[in-house]
Design a protein around this ligand. Sequence first.
Ligand SMILES: Nc1ncnc2c1ncn2[C@@H]1O[C@H](COP(=O)(O)OP(=O)(O)OP(=O)(O)O)[C@@H](O)[C@H]1O
Length: 694
Amino acid sequence: MKADLEAPLPAAQGGSAIRCRDVCRSYGKLKVLSNLNLTVPQGHIYGLLGPSGCGKTTLLKCIVGTLKISRGHITVLGKPPAFPGHEVPGKMVGYMPQDIALYNEFTISDTLTFFGRIHGLTSKETQDRMNFLIDFLDLPQKQSLVRNLSGGQRRRVSLGAALLQNPELLILDEPTVGVDPVLRAKIWQHLVEIVKTGKTSVIITTHYIEEARQANVVGLMRNGHLLAEGPPEAVMKLHSATTLEHAFLQLCETTDQNGIKRGSGLQSGALESSQSFESGRDESEPILGIGQAVTDEVKCSADWKARARHILPKGRNIAALIIKTIVRMKRMPGSLCFQFLLPVIQISLICLCVGGDPKGIQVAVVNNETSPSSFSHSLLSFLDNSSVRQVPLSHNEAFEGVYKGEYWGVIGFGKNFTSYLTKRMLQRQVSKEVIDGGSVHVWLDLTNRQVALMLQQKLHEAFQAFVDNKMGSMSYLAALPIQFEEPIYGSLNTDFTTFVTPGAVLSITFYLAVGLTALSFVLERKEGLLDRCWVAGVSSMETMLAHLLSQLLVISVQIILMLLFILLVFKNPNEGSLVLVVVLIVLQGISGISFGLVISAAIDDEQSANQAALGIFYPNLILSGIIWPVECIPYPLRYLSLVLPQTYASEALRCIMYRGWGLTQMMVWRGFAVTMGWNAFFLILATVILKLRT
Ligand SMILES: Nc1ncnc2c1ncn2[C@@H]1O[C@H](COP(=O)(O)OP(=O)(O)OP(=O)(O)O)[C@@H](O)[C@H]1O
């Protein structure tokens, strides 16, 4: 039978473009590829056929290196994928994933230019190839936006991106879905043409089994096994079938009858001893573990320079990714405005609505003195009218109003308030009755502490002003024996907003960066864009760096706008160095980006990413001492609070802005150190998760 299958291959083109030996891959407990052997000869078209879910895409992802195999061995164009110095992933391979995997905001021209940049093509080379591909693939005008194209047109643009750099190996995952029969024939004709040179090899999956007759070799896959591999005519002949589809059915029946079950380990025996066009493997061999010696394993080595080049990020790729982000931003002005305006709106709302003094608080006044020249009237005239609205009422009405929630308290004066207070001020010894009658009595609704505290403070201020007015230079006689001198830091009229603002700026910068990073990466991964760029030769490190740099541009504008608002519009004080202020906020933005990378590395869908970001938002905001001082947090929780990214950073920013401190002060450098520590931790964690998940 083997002889049958060996016969009709076209002229030998040298070695194999792809060799898979005993390849295994699982998703959790689901074993998708099981001891799979496959060989794509150099200069041939290999049609990989099989029912939906049999593992074709998984195999292609293992071949291009976006998925790591659990066991076995793969060589692509002579070396394992992602081997240092090897251009797979990279320029040598053109990959068209099953998903469209194109940036919707790009035009056709942008798309091809982007991949041209990554492959290091000159503008002229890209233009020439673009003109050819637009004509060949019957694409609309190159300035057409991808999002406005039909499904079939997008698929053809995706194919164009894979063909752009004339790669040595083309890996096409269902390129002809949604393509009309004329164009499908044209694509196959093109593939046949390009392999004729012997330099290009193609592996293609398709649901249209019959179109694979144009392939030089077909591999029939089922349940993660390769059932047969050989030239289409030979496979059909072997099963006395007139169509490939029929041959495939026959093969499935035969293997079912032979009791070949998934995971039994017998499949490769069935294939290699009988139906593979390639010979030479002893099926009694054990399945290979990683790192075990294999007879046909290619031994590769790379010197330290190649390894260093492999690890070091390439400026060309970073530049291409940054340009990509800028082009996308330009195409989404609404989203860009939102990114710039949202932090300004948020910080403005905080400055306007959080921490200020309550205004227009209704208070019932029960004044039993009737004379307008009485002390009670005089004292009430010093009460801040913008904060406290006095409503003169009878005793009963006043208390009823408070019980109904109409007033925040009752201020009461006895009918002899003026005479008792005068006695109290002038006489050394007075009776309790005089003390009582000469006091302002206040009953408060203390359910709102801020309102109650403000009322207490306003009453104290009014009394002090009244005493100053009545007693002039002798006012100290009626003052409390506690004197608040000029504050050392801050000013007497500092409100709580001043405390909240620095932490809020950090928190807004951090969370916007988390959200935008996580969302953009999760969406790019979901749409297959990250994988596609990776196969084109962009490393995870380059992707992260490019995102970091482009996001820094956005963060810088956000920070400038926020600072302009808090310093110039809301007149927040800043006694310290503006440079330190900006650097600390930028570092917090980088923390946000790094944390967003962690989320996107660990989570695949946007809903879970949103949940993760939201899940930590409130606990972090509350525990970081941003809206309420850390000193109020009970002890075991306070330790947790102190290790969070924004706790020491907020304190440091307040110290810079309000105390004018610099980096020599521990409370300032500690904020910078903790932020940088978190940055490093998040970046390392994201890299480790990414590595573990491939
Ligand atoms: N990321 C993943 N996590 C878990 N299971 C997965 C994942 N990707 C694929 N699978 C499962 O692996 C199996 C093989 O999927 P794969 O996409 O490789 O099949 P396929 O042959 O390409 O199918 P189709 O022809 O429909 O594209 C399927 O059962 C699929 O559900």
